[in-house]
Write a protein that binds this ligand. Structure first.
Ligand code: PLP
Length: 360
């Protein structure tokens, strides 16, 4: 198999794919695949519950939080968050650090007054706002931020602390499960699955139970966190196969030693790749060192005329999906949990050799 640096849907652990293949025609001697089971069957309910309890274990999710397995991706949460959490409040606070947090602002603004309380747009999103720059509104319904901007390759090196107990909501799509977190520092976390969780089609929501009574009355039933929680995320037919595969990823992650162990590997992967970029004349990354993403490493080439050759030769060397997001250009290596350290080593070797050949 090639090394896959795609930002999402991203690489899955080979062991997980092999196990899914093994179980494809005949899951645990039942004579059918997980895709063909009723979501109400004892077998699937068992699969679903095991996935949830593994996730709870991996992230030490406190008892007073609900874990929901939803559809619609993280994009739907941009609308679900205000519809579920604005309640009787007239506004919510948002921190703007790039393309994804910006999309969340635009969508939420359809449902209420949104105040962008800090933005680093005027600094090209090369750093995140510091805690003291966050000018909270006392009566905001919640504060929303994105802990890792997948496209910009920018991440928070701290968890914002709100004032007056205003709930903190985090889009953790591209960094969840990459290292330990303290769930209790957040009131709600959401994450599209297709990076560190599993295949596309699922979106995870971890939410404090006490927030489940704020939804607006016109909320579509399918978007209500309360309804999802009351029905164990099975109000309708859930994406059963994605849920099952995510459970296999959680088992795999536990076998790796959990989030603490994978966090050490991820830190090492990121630091050697950034070091290779910083040491070269050809490659560059503009992000403030403290805010460089461990998961998404964008870089530019000093001679943009070399980009096509870089991508073509990388592809031929089995290093796939290194093209940067269409909105920003350049390159981007996404190095999620399932991308092995050997892939990063191979990429660095390739980058050195390419520089030597074309930009000596
Ligand atoms: N938020 C972040 C940080 C993302 O990286 C993405 C997708 O890459 C999204 C939201 C949107 O996710 P989805 O495609 O699941 O709607």
């Amino acid at each position: 198999r090639a090394y896959n640096f795609c930002a999402g849907p991203a690489a899955l652990p080979e062991e997980v794919l092999l196990q899914a293949r093994e179980e494809m025609l005949d899951w645990h001697g039942k004579g059918l695949s997980v895709m063909e089971m009723s979501h109400r069957s004892d077998e699937f309910v068992g699969i679903a519950q095991e996935a949830e309890s593994l996730l709870r274990e991996l992230l030490s999710v406190p008892q007073d939080y609900k874990v929901l397995f939803l559809q619609g991706g993280a994009n739907l949460q941009f609308s679900s968050v205000p519809l579920n959490l604005l309640g009787s409040h007239s506004s919510a606070d948002y921190i703007d650090t790039g393309i994804w947090s910006n999309k969340a602002v635009k969508e939420a603004a359809r449902y209420g007054k949104i105040d962008v309380i800090a933005s680093t747009a005027d600094q090209h999103y090369h750093r995140v706002p510091q805690q003291q720059e966050l000018k909270f509104n006392k009566d905001a319904a919640y504060v929303h931020y994105c802990s890792n901007e997948t496209i910009g390759g920018l991440e928070f090196d701290y968890v914002p602390v709100t004032e007056n107990g205003v709930p903190l909501v985090c889009d953790m799509s591209s960094t969840i499960l990459s290292r330990p977190i303290d769930v209790a520092q957040y009131d709600m976390i959401y994450a599209g699955a297709q990076k560190n969780i599993g295949p596309a089609g699922l979106c995870l929501v971890i939410i404090k139970e006490s927030l489940l009574d704020r939804e607006v009355s016109s909320i579509p039933t399918m978007m209500s966190y309360r309804v999802a929680a009351e029905n164990d995320s099975m109000y309708n037919t859930p994406p059963t196969f994605a849920w099952y595969l995510s459970g296999l990823v959680f088992q795999w992650l536990k076998r790796q030693g959990g989030v603490a162990a994978i966090g050490e590997v991820n830190a090492r992967k990121a630091s050697k790749l950034y070091a290779a970029i910083d040491e070269s004349r050809l490659y560059a990354n503009p992000i403030a060192v403290a805010n460089r993403s461990w998961m998404n490493v964008p870089f530019t080439l000093a001679d943009t005329g070399l980009e096509k050759a870089f991508l073509k030769e990388a592809d031929a060397a089995g290093l796939l999906n290194l093209k940067g997001h269409r909105s920003v250009g350049g390159m981007r290596a996404s190095i999620y949990n399932a991308v092995p350290e050997a892939a990063v080593d191979a990429l660095i070797d390739f980058m050195h050799a390419f520089e030597k050949k074309y930009y000596p």
